[in-house]
Design a protein. Structure first.
Length: 108
């Protein structure tokens, strides 16, 4: 087995130069779908918001994350808007009795 070369960068995700090469080239077989689905119901409550915020930070401009939540995520949406004003467009995809699906699209 041959090791793949590793390139390290001092740039944070979201830095303009870091975004110069969209997608990834690790050859893991993952596609860079425009919409990613995260089922928040599977994340332990104590770290749920932190995990979702981490996932949202990884979303590139123009891409989206669909969150499936066990309730209407209004508190999370308010926290996100306070922390990153105008960074995401938020729209409801589905409202089920046991879960809500909300799309967060990176716009800034």
């Amino acid at each position: 087995m041959t090791a793949e070369p590793i390139t390290l960068s001092d740039l944070r995700p979201g830095h303009p130069e870091a975004a110069a090469t969209p997608g990834h080239n690790c050859q893991c077989g993952h596609d860079d779908a425009e919409t990613i689905v995260l089922d928040g119901r599977t994340i332990p409550h104590a770290v749920r918001h932190a995990a979702i915020f981490g996932a949202l930070e990884a979303i590139q401009l123009g891409f989206a994350l669909d969150l499936i939540a066990p309730h209407d995520p209004l508190p999370l949406i308010a926290q996100l808007e306070k922390a990153r004003p105008g960074a995401f467009a938020v729209s409801y995809v589905e409202r089920w009795p046991e879960a809500w699906q909300v799309r967060f699209t990176r716009v800034a």
